[in-house]
Design a protein around this ligand. Structure first.
Ligand code: FAD
Ligand code: DHB
Length: 386
């Protein structure tokens, strides 16, 4: 088989890239290891920056987002048993929207299939070849048959554990920071007891109150990275959430899991005709809600470069891909690390806890401090060109 751009991975990065390329008349094929059901049910992020929402609308896939997404104006920072409001919309003129990642994935998959773009699920043994030539290839097995896809370029959108980054591992410099803790996340059938998200600093550790709809709550608790979910029966989870967040509406929990936290960047994000995008190139701790939004930003930058390559054989833009994408990646790394270090129990003792409170109080007392947090949280405006 031959296509113009071979895309590995049907997460937000891969699907969004296929949409952007289709809009430009560029052909692509997406190969995904998992089943469609698995990818569409996988519970992950939920907070979209204005840039991400704007792009989904621009691509005509914003209809369900507009009817079901929850537009938010700010967040509460909670410490010393009180909620302190940060008015993001007032400070920046921009909004954030709560809409589950798997809903974004469902909308994009449906739109792509509707527009005739191939998304192949349950593909195994994916390998990348001839990256250093003008005709890289993806080999894989699908429907019990060995297959091969020859392309002009390959986009490695296969997440942190995919094959793409591994293929060029000896070309990369890695930057990594592993935190000793993770988040225990739940989804529950319960009306959220708050209008906006609550990020809570507490002596017991961090907690986050978020939601998916008027009737579904999503909540997170800081736990040890090695923690066993078996140690957390539902009663214990609700009890600890109440301690850290104050007023919480409990209800039946229908999903729970623990995610360890890390910060990671691989540079450069490209080699030869392979271009990494999203989690395959970088991971942020979720405290700043940046992972999904960064993945979308990468492909926003990558798509015009690939378009130029396929149409005119020119690589000027593609050559600038890493530098352009990394500007936002490192800004998000810094912000996610700042939010994480300010709000979590880091194990450093009383001095460290007092410093965290001083930082939180500074955001309350100083408009420039609040504005800085807000502009990072809602996301800097997308750069129109690079
Ligand atoms: P992914 O969504 O990981 O997509 C990669 C795709 O590639 C997957 O579908 C995978 O099955 C496929 N794939 C992998 N290997 C292969 C292969 N060899 N061949 C073919 N396909 C392959 N971010 C937040 O902002 N807030 C959160 O609360 C949050 N929670 C998270 C919870 C979890 C458990 C995880 C893992 C991540 C979370 N994130 C969160 C991060 C956010 O979900 C990611 O940043 C986002 O999914 C990145 O999108 P992506 O398309 O780059 O990668
Ligand atoms: C959600 C996740 C985050 O990591 C975050 O910072 C805010 C919201 C969410 O799942 O809704």
């Amino acid at each position: 088989m031959r296509t113009q751009v071979g895309i590995v991975g049907a997460g937000p990065a891969g699907l969004m890239l296929a949409m952007l390329l289709h809009r430009e008349g560029i052909e692509s094929v997406v190969v995904e290891a998992r089943t469609r059901e698995y990818v569409e049910d996988r519970v992950r992020a939920g907070l979209l920056e204005q840039n991400t929402v704007d792009l989904l609308r621009e691509l005509d896939v914003g209809e369900r987002l507009d009817s079901e997404g929850l537009e938010h104006n700010g967040i509460y920072l909670r410490y010393d048993e009180e909620n302190h409001y940060v008015d993001m919309a007032g400070l920046t003129g921009r909004h954030i929207t709560i809409y589950g990642q798997q809903e974004v994935v469902k909308d994009l998959t449906q739109a792509l299939l509707g527009r005739g773009v191939s998304v192949l699920f349950e593909v195994s043994d994916v390998e990348l070849h001839d990256i250093d030539t003008d005709h890289p290839r993806i080999t894989y097995e699908h429907d019990g048959r060995a297959d091969e896809l020859t392309c002009d370029a390959i986009a490695g959108c296969d997440g942190f554990h995919g094959v793409s980054r591994e293929t060029i591992a000896d070309q990369l410099t890695e930057y990594e920071y592993v935190y000793g803790f993770g988040w225990l996340g739940i989804l529950a059938e319960a009306k959220p007891a708050t209008d906006e998200l609550i990020y809570a600093w507490h002596e017991d550790g961090f907690a986050l109150y978020t939601m998916r709809s008027e009737t579904i709550s999503r909540l997170y608790l800081q736990v040890d990275a090695e923690e066993d979910i078996g140690n957390w029966p539902d009663d214990r989870i609700w009890n600890e959430l109440g301690v850290r967040l104050g007023d919480v509406n409990a209800g039946p929990i229908f999903d729970k899991g623990i995610t360890p936290m890390r910060s990671y960047v691989a540079e450069p994000m490209q080699h030869g005709r392979l271009f990494l995008a999203g989690d395959s190139a970088h991971i942020v701790p979720p405290t700043g809600a940046k992972g999904l939004n960064l993945a979308v930003n990468d492909v926003r930058i990558l798509a015009p470069g690939l378009t130029e390559l396929v149409r005119d054989g020119r690589t000027d833009r593609l050559d600038r891909y890493t530098a352009a994408a990394l500007r936002r990646v490192w800004r998000a790394q810094d912000f996610s690390n700042y939010m994480t270090q300010m709000l979590h129990h880091l194990g450093g003792g009383r001095f460290e806890r007092r410093l965290q409170l001083a930082r939180l109080e500074y955001v309350e007392r100083s408009e420039p401090a609040a504005r800085s947090l807000a502009e990072n949280y809602v996301g800097l405006p997308a750069e129109p060109d690079f």
